[in-house]
Design a protein around this ligand. Structure first.
Ligand code: NAD
Length: 279
């Protein structure tokens, strides 16, 4: 059984993947936040990917890396720089030094978010990031390309739309990625022989997709889900939004300076608890 490192494992996507990949791989989980409880077949190592020593420690002796750890929305430059640029470099470079060839990297729809919604784009379009966050994902794609060409590493870049049990608004009807389709595409990225450098879109087989995902299909991806099943319910509750957000694929990231980090409420609660304990 392959040993797979998942960084950012206590986050949202990491939690879906842990559940979906249980029993398929030996999972080495890592995050800078502690994990509640590791299950059978899982081992947790606390680490901050913005520190090279930590990156070297967690990448040692694994067969593949799913590098989810980072700042997952638009936010302050310093936070994005440390988590997504320094952190991504550290993980790719630590993998190279430790002889780990295969990396699955979650880039994002926000790397191409300034394409309009009336366009269909494929994996070959020039990046049009919609945020500092989007720029950090373009950095990851570029670094992956360098490490594939220069060092023969195997880089599978998934431009994820939105991972959720179900699509939650009109925009997500076009970019939804069900947890089981996520697990299928990540598994393909881990196992497919002969990968050098590939960019695919991490979306389900959505009828309203803005992406030509033929590169993923060529590699063997067969999505099981389609957001259309929720379209009626979703559209019933849809309210007119920001006009810039409505025009572009990246939505509100195209119009604002900061987006609520899904990890923020947990962080705020932890901070409050520490304050209570006098820490
Ligand atoms: N959720 C989505 O639909 C989606 C869409 C596109 C791309 N992505 C990408 O997938 C990855 C996971 O997203 P998510 O939604 O689970 O995000 P999340 O914010 O829920 O989880 C990210 C995790 O990374 C950890 N982390 C942050 N900085 C770190 C550091 N310096 N060292 C170690 N760990 C660190 C956090 O503690 C957190 O547990 C991110 O890279 C994100 O950009 C997610």
């Amino acid at each position: 059984m392959k040993t797979v490192l998942i960084t950012g494992a206590t986050g949202d996507v990491g939690s879906h993947l842990r559940r979906e990949l249980a029993g398929k791989y030996q999972l080495r989980l890592s995050d800078r936040r502690p994990i509640k409880a590791a299950s059978k077949g899982e081992k947790f190592i606390k680490a901050d990917v913005s520190r090279m020593a930590d990156a070297l420690k967690i990448t040692k002796g694994v067969d593949a890396i799913v590098h989810l750890g980072g700042y997952s929305v638009e936010g302050p430059w310093e936070a994005i720089l440390q988590a997504n640029i320094v952190g991504c470099y550290n993980i790719f470079e630590a993998a190279r030094r430790n002889g780990v060839k295969r990396i699955i990297f979650p880039t994002s729809n926000h790397a191409v978010g300034f394409y309009r919604r009336d366009q269909t784009i494929d994996h070959r379009v020039y990046p049009r990031p919609d945020s500092r966050y989007g720029v950090s994902k373009v950095f990851g794609e570029a670094l992956g390309s360098l490490y594939a060409d220069k060092y023969g590493m195997e880089m599978f870049m998934i431009r994820i739309g939105n991972v959720n049990p179900k699509p939650i608004d009109k925009r997500r009807l076009s970019i939804w990625f069900s947890p089981r389709d996520l697990a299928q595409l990540v598994s393909l990225g881990i196992e497919k022989p002969g990968i050098k450098f590939e960019i695919v879109y991490g979306v389900s087989g959505n009828k309203r997709s803005w992406y030509d995902n033929s590169n993923a299909y060529r590699l063997g991806y067969t999505p099981q889900d389609d957001a259309e099943a929720w379209a009626e319910e979703v559209l019933k509750n849809e309210k007119p939004g920001n006009p810039i957000a409505e025009l572009y694929q990246g939505g509100i990231f195209c119009a604002v300076e900061e987006v609520q980090n899904p990890a923020a409420p947990a962080k705020a609660a932890a901070k409050k608890a520490r304050r209570k304990k006098g820490k």
